[in-house]
Design a protein around this ligand. Structure first.
Ligand SMILES: Nc1ncnc2c1ncn2[C@@H]1O[C@H](COP(=O)(O)OP(=O)(O)OP(=O)(O)O)[C@@H](O)[C@H]1O
Length: 227
């Protein structure tokens, strides 16, 4: 599904690589935590998979396609085929929960009839079936993050990338959020979750890729993390 081969990323003007000779393969349907201290390269890894940044050296392959060979005009379509959950949910404030999720479907050309069928299903899945007419400011931080997850999952992507999705929510909400991710993972969706939450990572017992100053220092099945 996702293969990184000897990937090095040096940002312009940086003194050291953000990622250094990283090689890893993530199979379809896996749930992988990407862990490490701040600045260790987690976000850079996710951005490479989205082709938001390009490797300085090495190759990134997603779904059998070397991203270097993906033409620029196909990049927006490619990105929309991947679900992305940012650290803080970027919801549209003047849109309801329903509209926020429907928006993700409209931009890929889905009809209103499809939205009316699919959006309630997804909101039910994330536990927000009763709140489809609420506005973002009427939701808790955890609920807002669940809307962001619903939106990332709306077009049933093969992969969802989440960048520290629990950084702005309390521990109970974090557990809830991870249960939700787990449910989505069970549908066959591959998940890559960057996290600095050692307790959470250790409790979930999923594959752990640990980074230190840009190097992959551990790749462990059912891993824990003690920074
Ligand atoms: N656009 C950029 N230009 C220059 N340097 C950058 C850029 N983005 C990230 N870096 C640097 O690359 C290194 C890795 O950053 P990255 O954001 O990938 O780490 P991270 O592990 O996700 O950190 P955090 O947990 O704080 O989000 C850091 O030293 C950072 O300062």
């Amino acid at each position: 599904m996702i293969t990184l081969t000897q990937v090095t990323k040096v940002y312009q003007g940086a003194r050291r690589p953000a990622l250094h000779q990283v090689t890893a393969t993530i199979e379809k349907g896996e749930f992988v935590f990407v862990v490490g201290e701040a600045g260790s390269g987690k976000s850079t890894l996710l951005k490479l998979v989205l082709k938001e940044v390009r490797p300085t050296l090495g190759t990134v392959t997603v779904n059998g396609r070397n991203l270097e060979s993906l033409p620029r005009w196909k990049e927006p379509h490619f990105r929309r085929s991947i679900g992305y959950v940012p650290q803080r949910p970027l919801l549209i404030a003047r849109h309801t929960v329903y509209e926020n999720v429907a928006h993700a479907l409209r931009v890929i050309g889905k009809t209103e009839a499809v939205c009316r069928r699919v959006v309630p299903e997804i909101l039910e899945l994330v536990g927000l079936g009763m709140k489809e007419n609420r506005y973002p400011h009427e939701l808790s931080a955890g609920e807002q993050q669940r809307v962001a997850v619903a939106r990332s999952f709306a077009n049933r992507p093969l992969v969802i990338l989440a960048d520290e999705p629990s950084s702005a929510v309390d521990p109970d909400t974090t557990i809830e959020l991870m249960r939700l991710m787990d449910r989505i993972n069970r549908t066959g969706t591959t998940l890559m979750v960057a996290s600095t939450d050692a307790k959470l990572v250790s409790a979930m017992r999923r594959r752990v890729l640990e980074f230190e100053e840009g190097s992959l220092i551990r790749d462990q099945v059912r891993g824990v993390w003690r920074p």
